[in-house]
Design a protein. Structure first.
Length: 107
């Protein structure tokens, strides 16, 4: 089992390179609706749904606003649901906005 925290630029490169990567945004729906980068939105409180709908053997990239919720979800997916390869977007969508796309609406 592996959990990594990687900066947005590296995550963006992985997404463009890996066809099988699973991308999940664990923010609340109202946050997601304000601005998102196309990840599947499954709020942190619905983490068990992730284990039902996603392949635990595939690389899974997790995003929230700052990285804290993503870290909690990653730990749960790893320990309780046996996900084998998880990447947390370091700094969340806030850092993504700064590093990659400043047009993302967050507030």
């Amino acid at each position: 089992m592996s959990i990594q925290q990687l900066p947005p630029k590296i995550c963006s490169e992985i997404i463009s390179r890996e066809k099988e990567i699973q991308c999940i945004d664990v923010r609340e729906p109202y946050e997601y609706e304000l601005g998102n980068i196309g990840f599947v939105n499954i709020p942190m409180g619905e983490t068990p749904i992730i284990s039902e709908q996603f392949d635990k053997e595939k690389q899974t990239l997790i995003l929230c606003r700052s990285g804290k919720r993503a870290e909690a979800v990653a730990n749960l997916l790893s320990t309780e649901y046996n996900f084998t390869s998880i990447i947390i977007v370091e700094g969340g969508i806030t850092a993504w906005k700064e590093a990659i796309d400043d047009s993302i609406q967050l507030d």
